[in-house]
Design a protein around this ligand. Structure first.
Ligand SMILES: C[S@@+](CC[C@H](N)C(=O)[O-])C[C@H]1O[C@@H](n2cnc3c(N)ncnc32)[C@H](O)[C@@H]1O
Length: 399
């Protein structure tokens, strides 16, 4: 593996992917938010350290985030002063001792730590965030092991900070395994996770990836509505040695720029994921057979599952793209772009490619471009005009 500290993630490559998203996103978030807000308030509700291999805790979410926040603060210092405030929560006393030591050794931010459960700490978090004042922008990370500890009624106040953004680990693998279990305690814990029981009806007739995608989209929708977010994106994180989903990262924001940066972070993390999966799988083959392979892991890797997932989400988002364009004569580019970006594994370049393709075929026009502009841009009020009369080929052909 290459990149900062990737050697620390052997055997826990899914965490590498999560940390890649966190690192890349927080780096951009801190620079962008820091240009406008005086204070960034970062809250890690399940801090750990957990299963960290680094003595300095470099492979812990709080350390990664703090490093990026501090870098941004330093970079922005010639332009403006940004204050950093962090709240790190951890229930396990052994882990907490290390967390506290880490916080005590850090001097670039005001850090409050708590050795407590989230269930008993929401009021403390609200107080801490509120104390940041009106020019503070909070970011909340919820990264639990399972689903029981983040019932919707508990976390709702944390979703409602305005301004504010959240990143949540949704343990898809475990959740899809147990979500329809009949046992009363389990049923109740899922109802509390979603904040309702409608998900059961929505997944009743589904199987495999259709079912998994529906579970995730139900949860993403619950996060959106409870936090009154404008946009929710999901990123898939696969097990290193199995072609199965380990968890999803659910990101919620009220700002278009957040989506732009999250999608960049997701794209980069997917490259990290496939590379680290290739290495993990080669390592496992070596351990099983005792034989070294002649070719590097990336050449030996079969990316079939990843390719299948990407095609699946491209197909669904392309269908949504066409449905929206066909439903009205003119569609704001921002609206269609954000709708497509709610799907994992679909990139800005995909939307641009579809638009270019339909434009060349004469079915779609872009209104509002500058004289020399050819490509629509976000935030520029560009409109996509669909010519229903020329739509026949699309209807008969690819759609
Ligand atoms: C998945 S680990 C967090 C990993 C960390 N965010 C990272 O990426 O480096 C979850 C952590 O949450 C802690 N935890 C579990 N239940 C908790 C609860 N109810 N409240 C607070 N912390 C909890 C566990 O002890 C564990 O350290």
């Amino acid at each position: 593996m290459t990149g900062p500290n990737e050697h620390l993630y052997e055997g826990k490559e899914q965490t590498l992917v999560k940390h890649s998203v966190l690192r890349t996103y927080i780096e951009r978030f801190a620079h962008i938010v820091g240009m406008r807000w005086d204070t960034i308030t970062y809250v890690d509700c399940f801090s750990g350290p957990w299963n960290a291999h680094s003595d300095q805790l470099d492979d812990s979410s709080f350390s990664i985030a703090l490093k990026e926040l501090c870098k941004a603060k330093t970079n922005l210092a010639t332009i403006r002063t940004v204050s950093l405030r962090c709240f790190f929560l951890e229930q396990d006393s052994t882990a907490y001792t290390k967390l506290k030591q880490f916080a005590d050794d850090s001097s670039d931010a005001e850090i409050m730590t708590r050795n407590a459960k989230l269930e008993d700490s929401v009021d403390d978090i609200i107080k801490f965030v509120s104390a940041g004042g009106p020019s503070s922008f909070p970011f909340i990370l919820l990264d639990p092991f399972g689903w029981r500890v983040i019932p919707m009624d508990l976390i709702k106040p944390l979703l409602c900070f305005q301004p504010g953004e959240v990143l949540i680990t949704f343990m898809t693998g475990h959740i899809s395994r147990f979500v329809e279990a009949e046992a009363d305690g389990i049923r109740k814990s899922f109802d509390r996770l979603f904040g309702h029981s409608d998900y059961l009806g929505q997944i009743a007739d589904l199987e495999g990836l259709d079912r998994e995608d529906k579970i995730v989209s139900c949860y993403a929708e619950t996060i959106r509505s409870n936090g009154r977010f404008e946009h929710v994106c999901t990123a898939i994180v696969l097990y290193p040695q199995k072609d199965r989903t380990c968890f999803h990262l659910i990101y919620a924001t009220r700002h278009l720029k957040g989506v732009v940066e999250f999608k960049k972070a997701e794209k980069k993390a997917m490259e990290v994921m496939e590379k680290s999966r290739a290495e993990a799988q080669q390592r496992e083959r070596k351990n099983t057979t005792g034989q070294f392979e002649l070719f590097p892991s990336e050449q030996m890797h079969d990316p079939e599952h990843y390719t299948l997932l990407r095609k699946r989400h491209l197909d669904v988002s392309h269908a949504d793209f066409l449905t929206l364009l066909r439903s009205q004569h003119s569609t704001p580019y921002d609206e269609i772009w954000t709708m497509v970006m709610t799907h994992p594994l679909v990139w800005d370049s995909d939307v641009k490619q579809w638009i270019e393709c339909y434009r060349k075929e004469g079915i779609l026009e872009i209104e509002g471009l500058s004289e020399r502009g050819r490509v629509p841009k976000l935030g520029e009020n560009h409109l996509l005009i669909w010519d229903a009369c020329k739509d026949t080929s699309v209807r008969e052909g690819r759609s």
